[in-house]
Design a protein around this ligand. Structure first.
Ligand SMILES: Nc1nc2c(ncn2[C@@H]2O[C@H](COP(=O)(O)OP(=O)(O)OP(=O)(O)O)[C@@H](O)[C@H]2O)c(=O)[nH]1
Ligand SMILES: [Mg+2]
Length: 259
């Protein structure tokens, strides 16, 4: 029996995408991990009715669940709520995936294959075989530059630190102190990976080609991109203590259980 997989898809105003991406994801999961998968849509009360479409899908497909949040408080919060819900069930592998088809479900197989031998698998645009389609030069430079900046400042070997298509083992989420993560947007992605590395987990990158969204509008803003500039140095200073604290709390629970 393969380990149960939960794909978490955050949505905000994705009415044009949600049904297509969820159906494509479920079809792929049925092929790869039949009877051992769930798709969790985390919707922040989207004004365009995405939440109602998601509910309809959940009524017709038993593998789908919807988590409704009252307000949009950012992608990081949506993911943290999604992780908590996934971990309260039987998920052993949690996958982060966007709703706008930038993350092609055909890569789920590569993520799951690599997760047999790694604790955290990143869908990576910046390793051989990976890439980005349809982005102009400015967005390419910002993304590449941002990854290089974070990689250098944090002193890690990962090439794509800001991507949001990743497969995470339960043990990672239970160890890195999710309750102290405050970051949003790209920094949230950097922080999850950085904390996993600090905790000693094995992180692998598999190539993906990222396609720009063709419908719906971006929720990323220059504010969120700029956040990375000052947030990454802070991360470097603060994350080690957060991970160490979470680690010792987890050890205490284990030794209590043992005793
Ligand atoms: N629940 C929730 N989902 C969000 C929020 N912000 C973004 N999302 C979703 O997170 C995913 C990534 O957001 P995008 O706007 O596509 O960000 P991006 O991929 O960096 O930028 P573009 O593809 O250019 O739009 C999409 O599925 C969004 O609908 C949020 O505050 N709450
Ligand atoms: Mg997107």
């Amino acid at each position: 029996m393969p380990p149960p997989v939960c794909v978490v898809i955050p949505t905000y105003n994705e009415a044009a995408n949600v049904e297509g991406i969820v159906r494509a994801t479920v079809a792929e999961l049925e092929r790869l991990v039949p009877d051992a998968h769930r798709v969790l849509i985390v919707d922040d009360n989207s004004p365009d009715g995405t939440g109602a479409i998601a509910d309809r899908l959940a009524d017709s497909l038993p593998a789908i669940e919807v988590l409704h949040r009252q307000a949009k408080t950012g992608l990081g919060h949506a993911y943290l709520a999604g992780f908590a819900r996934a971990l309260s069930g039987d998920a052993e592998l949690v996958i982060e995936m966007d709703a706008d088809f930038s993350h092609d479900p055909r890569y789920l197989q590569a993520l799951l294959d690599a997760a047999r031998d790694a604790d955290l698998v990143l869908g990576s645009r910046y390793v051989a075989g990976g890439g980005v389609e349809d982005w102009g030069i400015v967005r390419r430079l910002i993304s590449r530059g941002g990854c290089l900046y974070a990689r250098t400042l944090l002193g890690v070997g990962v090439h794509d630190l800001t991507g949001g298509f990743k497969c995470i083992h339960r043990r990672v989420l239970e160890t890195i102190g999710l309750e102290t993560i405050r970051a949003e947007g790209y920094v949230f992605q950097i922080e999850v990976t950085y904390r996993a590395l600090l905790a000693g987990f094995k992180v692998t990158e598999v190539p993906i080609v990222f396609r720009d969204r063709s419908v719906g509008s971006s929720k990323m803003s220059s504010r969120i991109a700029a956040e990375a500039m000052w947030a990454v140095p802070l991360l470097r200073r603060r994350a080690p203590a957060m991970v160490a604290r979470a680690h010792s709390a987890a050890d205490a629970i284990v030794s209590r259980d043992d005793g």
